[in-house]
Every structure is written in C-alpha cells, then in structure tokens.
Design a protein around this ligand. Structure first.
Ligand code: FES
Length: 331
C-alpha cells in the first residue's frame, strides 16, 4: 500500500510506493528535493516530519540521534510508515539540470604540496551556469568518476577546482601529475545542494576543512563588494600552516566585505604558530557559545561535518539553518 506525502510549505503532494524512499518517490514525481550522496551520509536530504512516521532499514549515519529525536529524517533513506506531512526545501528552479561536456585543461598549478589548482575550459557552445558551492563530476573511460567543487563563482567558460592529491590516487595523483594545458576531460555539471540560500538573511558562519574551502570560497567570492552581504565569519581548519594554501589571499578578503572575520585553526600546529589550535568546530564554539542566530555552512570531511553538526545543535543552532557538504577524499 502506498502512502501520501504532503510538503508543508509548497503545497505539493506525492505517493510513495512500498519499499520506496521518500526521495526516490519525490524525484519520480519530478519534485526536486535536495540530495547528494543518496546513501544516508551527507545529510543534504534532511527533512522535518510534521505528522506521521518513517522507518529505516538501518539507522542512517548522516542523522544525529538529536536530530532524529527532534523529528528530522533523511529523505534518501526514510520509508514512510504512514501518510506524512513533511517540511523540506524544494530545490529552486534556477538550478540547472546537469549536462555533460568535453572540457579542455587551461592550467594546472600547485597551491600546496598536496593541493593542485585545476582550471578547465568548457566548449564555446556550453552553458556554464552553476550556483556557487556546487560541484562537477569528472568522468573517466573506465566508467568511474570523481567529484570536485567549483572554487570560484561562474566566470565565462572556465571552471576552477582545488584537487587534493592522495598518495597513489589514480586520478588525484597519477593523472593530475601528467595533465597539461590542452588535454581533454569529460565533465558533468552542475551537481549538489550546497549553495548560498539567498532567503536566509542570518549572519554567515562558514566552517571548512582542507579543500572543503573550495565551495566556501566560491560562495564568498559571489558575495564580495555586495552591500547587502550579512556579516561573515570563516573558520578554516587544517593540520599545519603549509595546508593553509590560500591563507594570504583570504586575509585580503577583509577589504571586500563590510564585516568579515577569518579564523584559521590548526590541529597539528607548527611550533611557531601563534593562532588558534585544535579542531575547527571547537574553535567556533569557543567564539560562538550561542549559535541560534547564524546560517551555518559546513564543508569538509564527514568527521568534521558530523562533529560540528552535533556540537552546534547542542549549542542553539537551528537544524533548518545548517547547510552541509561532506566528502571523502577521492583517489
Ligand atoms: Fe540523503 Fe546524502 S542524500 S544523506
């Protein structure tokens, strides 16, 4: 027997067949709910259960016990056990459907010992529309793909990526090492639900680790010199100073915002580091004991994103104002 799901704010409704997830049924009904991993880890498809109940085959990793107790679910894993009324953001129509292109390498530059800046040109006929914060898939002949967030807002036909090189990685180390201007790559974009919510006017708290900086940089560059930009606090977690591969550039961003605060945090600080130490989410909490007024954007490892969400929710953050993108490093 199927169940009826009604979305609270958008007056949309759809049926979910037995054994179907809420996300699968919504997409089948052409209702574009936010999602990324579809495996219950990233938390992007989080929704609030207003009425009704859901079941899971297994407790999803991306849903904290606090969130579940507070009535939240993950649409990519939840199977309705009754008719439901749910609150979830329907993706705005300005998000372009992904399209496949043959891109050309424009430049490969080293940013740090293990981070490369990769610039790709799309073909002339291609539309290069994406929302700052979204990502691209690079497809290989063997059918595998890798995902990388754009590190800058749309500018002409060029996209920029920050690629962390994993020792022995088939693409991130071996293929990147041999890429040269003029080489071709199959790409597909845009993807992802991590982007600035323009209708969320709260002060922005951006928290990134490692190359999780890339989509945050893309969002922030799209807000530079905007007189309506709310106050911005950027916390960037890394292991050592050498990992802060855009440290000087970010310090200069202060001149492009009315109210900008940048806090780098090192977990394995160099002896001469006189900045913040420890885990980035702990540094945020030391500075913001009450997070009830912030719009919070988290991007980095699942460990950081999961820990930050739990901590922040326990300290007043609203689950409706946390936007997260977590990724595993890809070989
Ligand atoms: Fe559901 Fe990632 S899409 S948790």
């Amino acid at each position: 027997m199927s169940y009826r799901v009604t979305l609270l704010e958008d007056a949309l409704a759809f049926d979910v067949e037995p054994h179907e997830t809420l996300l699968a049924a919504a997409l089948r009904a052409d209702i574009n709910l936010p999602h990324d991993c579809k495996s219950g880890t990233c938390g992007t498809c989080r929704f609030r259960i207003v009425e009704g109940t859901v079941d899971y085959l297994e407790p999803p990793m991306g849903l904290d016990p606090e969130e579940r107790a507070a009535g939240f679910g993950l649409a990519c894993q939840a199977r309705p056990a009754s008719d439901l009324v749910a609150e979830i953001e329907v993706m705005p129509s300005l998000v372009e459907p992904p399209a496949r292109h043959r891109a050309t390498v424009r430049a490969v530059e080293r940013l740090a010992a293990d981070v490369v800046h990769l610039a790709l040109d799309l073909p002339e006929a291609a539309r290069c529309d994406y929302l700052p914060g979204q990502y691209v898939n690079i497809h290989f002949d063997d059918g595998r793909s890798r995902s990388f967030s754009m590190a800058a807002p749309p500018r002409g036909r060029t996209i920029e990526l920050h690629v962390r090189q994993i020792p022995g990685g088939a693409f991130t180390e071996r293929r990147i090492a041999t890429l040269a201007p003029g080489d071709a790559l199959d790409i597909e974009l845009p993807h992802g639900s991590f982007f600035l919510r323009k209708d969320d006017f709260r002060p922005l708290l951006m928290v990134a680790t490692g190359t999780g900086l890339a989509p945050v940089k893309s969002i922030l560059e799209s807000l530079m010199d905007d007189p309506d930009c709310p106050p911005v606090a950027l916390y960037w977690g890394a292991r050592t100073k050498a990992d802060l591969y855009l440290h000087a550039a970010i310090e200069a961003w202060a001149g492009r915002f009315d109210d900008f605060r940048y806090v780098p945090v090192l977990s394995r600080p160099d002896a001469d580091w006189d900045g913040r130490r420890g885990y980035v989410q702990d540094a945020v909490l030391a500075d913001f004991p009450d997070l009830s007024e912030q719009a919070i954007y988290l991007c980095g490892s699942p460990t950081m994103v999961g820990a930050a969400k739990s901590l922040f929710l326990s300290n007043g953050a609203s689950v409706n104002h946390i936007y997260a993108d977590s990724f595993l490093f890809q070989h």
